[in-house]
Design a protein around this ligand. Sequence first.
Ligand SMILES: NC(=O)c1ccc[n+]([C@@H]2O[C@H](COP(=O)([O-])OP(=O)(O)OC[C@H]3O[C@@H](n4cnc5c(N)ncnc54)[C@H](OP(=O)(O)O)[C@@H]3O)[C@@H](O)[C@H]2O)c1
Length: 191
Amino acid sequence: MSQKNATDQQSAMNQQSSEFDSLVPVAMIVAMAKNRVIGVEGKLPWYLPEDLKFFKRITQAKPLVMGRKTFTSIGKALPNRLNVVVTRNAAFSHDGVRVCHDLPAALALADQQATIEAAEEIMVMGGGEIYRQALPFAQRLYITEVDIEVKGDATFPDFDPSGWQEVQRVAGQPAEGQPRYDFVVYERIAD
Ligand SMILES: NC(=O)c1ccc[n+]([C@@H]2O[C@H](COP(=O)([O-])OP(=O)(O)OC[C@H]3O[C@@H](n4cnc5c(N)ncnc54)[C@H](OP(=O)(O)O)[C@@H]3O)[C@@H](O)[C@H]2O)c1
């Protein structure tokens, strides 16, 4: 990306982030390879049951925000929490999900629900396009850092490590033949 495009994108994000002020903190949850790859042809690049359990535990009873492609790859609403799907398609609908046509609207809806239910945080759960747009709003990142490089077509955005503090790192317990991975939590350092 050229310097000008990067600056334009950053100022668009700054403008967008002023359009949404959450009561409840926004968190993002992702499993990412060393080269930042998170997905390939609409699927996860790996099968890590322990990470799926971690995802289920951390997102339990918290509103979820996801892109339409991530929703399509799962195929159904995840139970026991609000599922908000972001799409530009005005005709999109699916049982068990709320649909929004831009990210600030999706975060606002999730924020309202989280406030009513006293949920600790809103969980942005991908994919790459949505992580990129939601990063300026995020206060906490749950990243499963998978110790492999894989080819893929979806990535997690590069974030400036000086703006984030690692507050937790727990080694996963991969089964034989699985890559090593750590469950890492980062919190945004206040300005
Ligand atoms: N490793 C992980 O933890 C993880 C987590 C989640 C997903 N993934 C992977 O990531 C991949 C999917 O990521 P992706 O980047 O391709 O897609 P995505 O972010 O899941 O969804 C992109 C879609 O969201 C909608 N969208 C995006 N920005 C929008 C906006 N500003 N306003 C309205 N709608 C908007 C559009 O839907 P329409 O096309 O319908 O308009 C767009 O095509 C899959 O391979 C999935 O398995 C991995």
